[in-house]
Design a protein around this ligand. Structure first.
Ligand SMILES: [Zn+2]
Length: 140
């Protein structure tokens, strides 16, 4: 599968501040509920067929990675119990289920702006630019 941004994105994310950290699955569910009950999520849902109205958070200590699973599940590794990872996984529904293309990055930044703040969005966008992620249209 072609996903040229993935490695660069993960490396950049690892270096960034990850927002609030969660200490229980219930806290993560609470944060996900705040996002999915927002006007922003309703707007995303209107434009993308597969976006669920609410997601269910699952976790287990021995997961190595995090992923989304149809129709409405997010599986989070324990090391991903923070806002950055939850918004990353939610962005997979709204913007690109399979990879980390342009649309994904821009959608992810929209969620960062909405739920971590505009200044955090600037900080992420700057880091992504420095990591040379493909974020423009087909410009080289
Ligand atoms: Zn991803």
């Amino acid at each position: 599968m072609k996903d040229p941004n993935a490695k660069k994105l993960y490396a950049a994310e690892n270096r960034l501040w990850k927002g609030a950290r969660f200490t229980s699955r219930a806290e993560i569910q609470n944060f996900a509920d705040i996002v999915t009950s927002s006007a922003e999520w309703v707007k995303i849902k209107r434009n993308h067929v597969h976006v669920p109205a609410r997601v269910k958070i699952f976790s287990a200590g021995d997961l190595e990675e995090s992923w989304i699973s149809d129709p409405d599940e997010i599986w989070l590794a324990e090391r991903h119990w923070h806002q950055q990872a939850v918004l990353h996984e939610l962005a997979h529904w709204g913007f690109s289920e399979m990879d980390h293309d342009n649309g994904f990055i821009l959608g992810y930044l929209r969620l960062i702006a909405g739920f971590m703040g505009q200044s955090v969005r600037e900080y992420y966008a700057h880091a992504f630019k420095q990591a040379r992620l493909q974020m423009g249209t087909s410009r080289r």
